[in-house]
Design a protein around this ligand. Structure first.
Ligand code: C5P
Length: 400
């Protein structure tokens, strides 16, 4: 949802300016294009250069510093902006925005933009509770702007109170929700999608386990793509990758934990995508203390894990089930067999022996198999693009 979005971060002068630098980084990581405008007092806390390097764009600080003769810079920035994030928002900028004052780069641009605004107040508790600030916030809410609740915690003044800037992750989440609420074309809106990712971990003892080479990248990219199409996503992940924003993430380790997390949500799911590499076996017993060297051969007896996809295949009522087949040979034969045996509606097959496909890579190349349909080949592309293709193919089959 934030992919390629034009986000302008308006930084005003509070001690939390340093946290805004991390926020810019997080927006960039989420795929947004970021520009930064700072008030004079914000530049007293952190140099514009920091924001310039992080956003890879020149920072706007002065309304009269017209860099391009063909553009009026604050109007140009206002028109470019698709989401305005005011962070940290001081009592001063809140007062200006609420009362139509435009006297510097930040306030004139905010006056001129028509983009949705996310205001993140951060200030001393008494300033926040001042009736003027409270009245201004009510006014801004009335204008349709989104205001984030400040956190309570240790303030710069050295005591506990309300007024802390929320952590950057929470702000990215709020920005995503705001963009989502304004989006017009969300083909997966109100659809519940469960996606599993990563290689499960089957413990031998507290420090050792059996796992496989799956990184979880394909599953995480699928979850992000489904989120951006408006779905309610539950990502059940055994991967060590960073948790994506804008979805319900359930971290798990073993196949049985994964199964229980998935089955909890199965009844209300519309689509389930099993991108996880589920371990077929687990140690029959798990030592509760670290096993000691025995100076002789030891045997670890393995017992079979539940087949999560096959179980869902037996129980499904309306759910569209997508499985994955990571193979090193006879891809078509194994994929078609899985489709039947697990009663799945789609199997996405890849040849993990290929250079650009499979475990741990950022790219993939897949063939989509569906009952009674010709296979669909999707050429080598990033996992994010492949994820979109898989979802569009599924939506086409479900007739969404
Ligand atoms: O059985 P196999 O591993 O070949 O099938 C792969 C597909 O089945 C994947 O979608 C995988 O997530 C799923 N699977 C499962 N439970 C297992 C093994 C695999 O859901 N125990």
């Amino acid at each position: 949802m934030l992919e390629k979005k034009h986000v302008t971060v308006f930084v005003t002068g509070g001690i939390a300016v340093y946290k805004a630098a991390d926020l810019v980084r997080k927006f960039i990581k989420a795929g947004a294009e970021v520009r930064v405008a700072m008030t004079e007092s914000a530049t007293q806390f952190v140099q514009p250069l920091t924001f310039q390097i992080l956003s890879r764009n020149e920072v706007y600080t002065n309304t009269f510093d017209e860099k391009e003769p063909e553009n009026v810079s604050h109007i140009h920035l206002a028109d470019w902006t698709e989401l305005a994030v005011i962070v940290p928002a001081t009592a001063n900028i809140i007062g200006k925005m609420a009362n139509g004052i435009a006297d510097d780069m930040v306030s004139t641009t905010l006056m001129a933009t028509t983009a949705p605004r996310l205001i993140v107040p951060a200030m001393n508790q008494n300033m926040l509770e001042n009736p003027a600030t409270q009245a201004n916030l009510v006014k801004l809410e009335g204008y349709g702007y989104t205001i984030m609740e400040p956190d309570t915690g240790f303030l710069a003044e050295g005591y506990e109170g309300k007024g802390r800037m929320p952590e950057p992750e929470k702000i990215v989440e709020a920005a995503h929700q705001l963009v989502l609420s304004r989006a017009v074309d969300l083909p997966l809106e109100n659809k519940n999608i469960i996606i599993s990712a990563g290689g499960t971990i089957e413990r031998i003892d507290p420090v050792r386990y059996i796992t496989n080479d799956s990184s979880g990248k394909m599953g995480h990219r699928l979850a992000e793509a489904a989120r951006d199409l408006g779905a309610n996503v539950t990502l059940v992940t055994a991967s060590k990758l960073e948790h994506p924003f804008g979805m319900n993430v359930v971290p798990v380790q073993s196949a049985r934990e994964m199964q229980s997390a998935i089955m909890d949500k199965f009844e209300t799911a519309d689509i389930v995508i099993m991108a996880a590499a589920v371990s077929d076996y687990r140690p029959k017993t798990q030592a509760d203390k670290k096993m000691k060297k025995a100076h002789q051969d030891i045997q670890i007896l393995l017992e079979e894990n539940p087949d999560i996809l096959a179980t869902m295949g037996q129980q499904k009522t309306h759910q569209f089930l997508i499985g994955f087949a990571a193979e090193t040979n006879d891809v078509e034969m194994y994929a078609k067999d899985k489709l039947k045996r697990k009663n799945a509606d789609m199997v996405v097959a890849n040849d993990v022996s290929k250079e650009h496909a499979g475990f741990n890579k950022d790219t993939n190349e897949v063939i989509i198999y569906q009952p009674d349909q010709e296979p669909i080949h999707i050429n080598t592309n990033t996992k994010a693009e492949i994820a979109k293709e898989i979802l569009y193919t599924a939506m086409n089959s479900i007739k969404l």
